[in-house]
Write a protein that binds this ligand. Structure first.
Ligand code: ANZ
Ligand code: ZN
Length: 781
């Protein structure tokens, strides 16, 4: 993608626009340095345990001058507009909630705790300020905890080898661990003790811990520990305090059964009697009241808003990437490359110069590096950092649409449907939203009237599920089996070669180490592209995980076989029939009931497939709808096997089926089309366009009758159903009516309300009377 020079130019133009508006800036920063790839990584590219997303190396911290995009300027818009995307589930909620967490807005307070030595001393200790979103729990504070990098901790570590050793080991543990180290000889005081009276829990001096679960980059790097109301604090307190009793200060608003296992009550609620003056307030009221009180009494509290989101570090010390269009001049500073000199391209490097992992080869490309300053023409140097490739991918969709429509500008925005893996839920999709919002305020976007930061680039997002592969494990050793360790003489029951025991079968993410990969090429060769595609679509809803089970592909093969067979059957019989040109010229009131039934099914299938393709994207149900229609056509032909002719309804039904099938199995649908027309068709299955309903469904709907459903003689619901087909009687008619009644909206609603109390399965007797107009279910009481 980044190889196209014109693509560079646009990425660089975007950079310069951001730069012009002060939204691209350079700053000295502590960066994540990947010592293997010798490059800086964005925070997002470092996993929870501090390892590189790409090389897997342990990431180090270094101070370097880096380029940033001020994505934080757009944080409110990025958060607010998620509401647009949550509407009608336009985006999967797991993605919007991941973005919400990533933006991480929290409204809370900074609260200051005074500190003192236990033994009287001359010097004083600086107070500790914590960030909390739950000021209402202040009476329940039982300790303070500091991050490993907190200044007070560093100060103590300089004189305590014990603490130094703890910090070392705690760094390796990571932020999930609940280890703690108590700072000896120090106590903290709850600021409420100055307003509290008597035996308030706020009067107890508090221990101060050092703990890896407190993050140094979040809030103030210090927390107030409330074991009774925070899960992490609860776990920490159990592990570190000898007096493990917790001080409960919040009670649920609605009386709940107290859980039998000891745990924190984390919800909001009402402050209890332990909270003095504040007792009886709700959490929300108390947060306000406590912060206000402390603020005016002693200045020990202030309201703050915190965001997790940081500015986007876009500098990369890699050769591959779009060069940052900046020239550094000793006199003029960082000067933007003038528009007419774009794109700044990467130099041709001699072979081998960038094959070894030796940092950024641009640093050594002297001819490219040395240039003239665009402002003063003095000697200057090019910026050697290239941009994070996420910058390119944050706008590429604009280019696709432009070239497809041979059009400049962005009138075609937003993208209707965007399909992408959930691994892009945060990085790519957040960056793309930011850049689209930014561009919509610039002349790069068509028709800018006013800054429109409410722009969203992707109206609908489908995060397709992963395909999981069949994984075989030895039940004894729990080891994953290699293909040559498996006895597959009975393919459906794989055995461990050496022990003869049945292998454990699971479906997991495909990976070389699990020997569960599937070669798509091989599958295509074996079954053909159409069968493979239909099987893929049929196996699971697009956004679910799909267990790739090759054995089940035979079902799809059989279905295609059936279509092939009926196509031939119809082709043979149609030669003796003149078929009306258009289906709409068949008078549905004159055909046999069974045929009318089939035509109704054709109409319903068109409507349902169209909806699946255009709004619900439930591609798997398209396949099952078409399978069902196939079976119906097959039955109609079988019922009619003595007849040398087929009816126009059947003829048009197969045509519709093939046209609906064409998007999923194009080659196969065209083959069948050819058979049907003895190779004389003036057009192809695809050319007629997508089939449209002929309006007859309404007529079918008009033919309905009321149906009242009773349980033990009491009316439960009434609905309208189609009259049962005349050919049915007795049990068949009974089942048909039951199915129709319970498939209706009223039926479904009644079942929901009954909460399983009268499941038809358990009825002792089912009476259908008056041609299906009343149904009575009899249950044993
Ligand atoms: C006391 C408290 C009581 C808290 C309670 C929660 C529940 P969000 O909402 O994600 O912003 N916290 C603050 N700084 C922290 C740090 N540097 N490392 C780890 N945890 C930190 O989380 C805010 C909450 O995270 C704060 O509210 C604080 O714990 C904790 F019943 O304060 B809370
Ligand atoms: Zn200059």
């Amino acid at each position: 993608m980044t190889c196209d020079p014109s693509f560079y130019a646009d990425t660089q133009r975007i950079f310069l626009l951001l730069h012009q508006r002060g939204l691209a800036y350079q700053a000295e920063a502590e960066v994540n340095w990947d010592p293997v790839d010798r490059t800086v990584l964005a925070n997002e590219q470092v996993d929870a345990n501090g390892f590189s997303w790409r090389s897997g190396a342990k990431v180090e911290k270094r101070q370097l001058k880096q380029w940033f995009f001020k994505i934080t300027e757009y944080k409110e818009a990025l958060l607010q507009d998620l509401a647009q995307l949550e509407n009608n589930n336009a985006w999967p909620s797991r993605v919007t909630s991941m973005q919400k967490n990533w933006l991480g807005k929290s409204e809370g307070a900074n609260i200051t705790f005074k500190l003192d030595y236990e033994e009287p001393r001359h010097d004083k200790i600086d107070p500790i300020t914590v960030f909390t979103t739950r000021a209402d729990t202040l009476y329940g504070v039982q300790y303070l905890a500091l991050s490993l990098d907190h200044p007070l901790v560093s100060q103590h570590a300089s004189t305590s080898t014990e603490l130094k050793a703890f910090i070392e080991s705690a760094r390796a543990l990571g932020p999930e661990d609940k280890a703690g180290f108590v700072l000896p000889g120090i106590k903290a005081y709850n600021p409420l003790r100055y307003v509290a009276a008597g035996s308030s829990p706020a009067n107890k001096p508090l221990p101060v811990y050092v703990a890896p679960y407190v993050l140094s980059e979040y809030g103030t790097g210090a927390v107030m520990g409330v074991p009774a109301h925070d899960t992490r604090d609860f776990a920490f307190w159990k592990q570190n305090s000898r007096a493990s009793a917790v001080t409960r200060v919040i009670e649920p608003l609605i009386r709940q059964k107290r859980s039998s296992k000891p745990e924190a009550f984390t919800g909001p609620g009402r402050l209890n009697a332990a909270c003095g003056l504040f007792g009886g307030l709700t959490s929300e009221q108390a947060q306000e009241a406590i912060v206000d009180t402390l603020q005016s009494a002693s200045g020990q509290a202030e309201r703050v808003e915190r965001w997790r989101l940081r500015d986007w570090l876009v500098s990369r010390q890699r050769f591959w990437g779009t060069p940052i269009p900046i020239i550094h001049c000793d006199t003029c500073g960082a000067v933007p490359v003038p528009e007419e000199q774009l794109p700044v391209q990467l130099p041709q490097l001699p072979k081998g110069q960038f094959t070894s992992r030796g940092g950024n080869p641009l640093d050594h490309a002297t001819d490219w590096l040395h240039t003239r300053c665009p402002k003063c023409s003095g000697p200057a140097k090019r910026e050697t950092d290239t941009m994070d490739t996420f910058v390119d991918s944050s706008w590429y969709y604009l280019r696709f649409a432009q070239s497809a429509q041979k059009q400049e500008g962005t009138d075609f925005m937003p993208v209707d449907v965007y399909v992408g893996g959930v691994e892009h839920a945060i990085l790519h999709l957040l960056y793309a939203r930011f850049i689209a919002k930014f561009l919509s305020t610039t002349p790069m976007w068509s028709s800018v009237e006013a800054p429109r930061t409410t722009v969203e680039p992707f109206s609908k997002l489908i995060a397709q599920g992963m395909v999981h592969g069949r994984t075989l494990t030895d039940p004894d050793t729990k080891r994953i089996l290699k293909p040559d360790e498996v006895d597959t003489s009975t393919p459906s029951e794989p055995k461990v070669q050496v022990t003869g025991k049945a292998a454990v079968v699971t479906f997991e993410k495909m990976s070389k180490s699990k020997y569960n990969g599937v070669d798509p090429g091989e599958c295509l060769r074996k079954y053909g592209a159409d069968v493979t595609r239909a099987h893929l679509l049929f196996s699971a809803p697009v956004s679910d995980v799909l267990d790739w089970d090759e054995e089940k592909i035979t079902g799809v093969q059989r279905w295609f076989g059936r279509i092939w067979q009926i196509t031939h059957d119809i082709a043979e019989r149609t030669s003796r029939l003149t078929v009306p040109e258009r289906a709409s010229s068949i008078d549905m009131t004159k055909v046999q009931p069974a045929e009318a039934e089939m035509w109704k099914n054709v109409q319903q299938t068109i409507a349902s497939v169209e909806q699946s393709f255009s709004t619900t994207y439930s591609l798997n149900t398209i396949v099952s709808d078409l399978m069902q229609l196939t079976n119906q056509i097959h039955r109609a032909l079988a019922d009619n096997s003595q007849n040398k002719h087929i009816t126009p309804t059947v003829y048009h039904s197969i045509h519709t089926l093939l046209r609906l099938l064409a998007p999923i199995a194009p080659s196969f649908a065209e083959e069948c089309w050819d058979v049907l027309h003895a190779h004389h068709s003036p057009h192809r299955a695809f050319q007629g366009g997508f089939p449209e309903t002929d309006g007859s469904l309404e007529t079918f709907h008009a033919q309905s009758q009321p149906c009242a459903v009773q349980v033990n003689g009491k009316l439960k619901f009434a609905t309208n159903i189609q009259p049962p087909p005349e050919r049915l009687s007795g049990e068949e008619q009974r089942d048909w009516v039951l199915k129709a009644a319970f498939a209706s909206e009223e039926g479904k609603e009644a079942v929901r309300r009954s909460q399983g109390l009268w499941d038809v399965k358990y009825a002792r007797k089912i009476i259908v009377a008056r041609g299906g107009k009343t149904v009575n279910l009899v249950f044993d009481k």
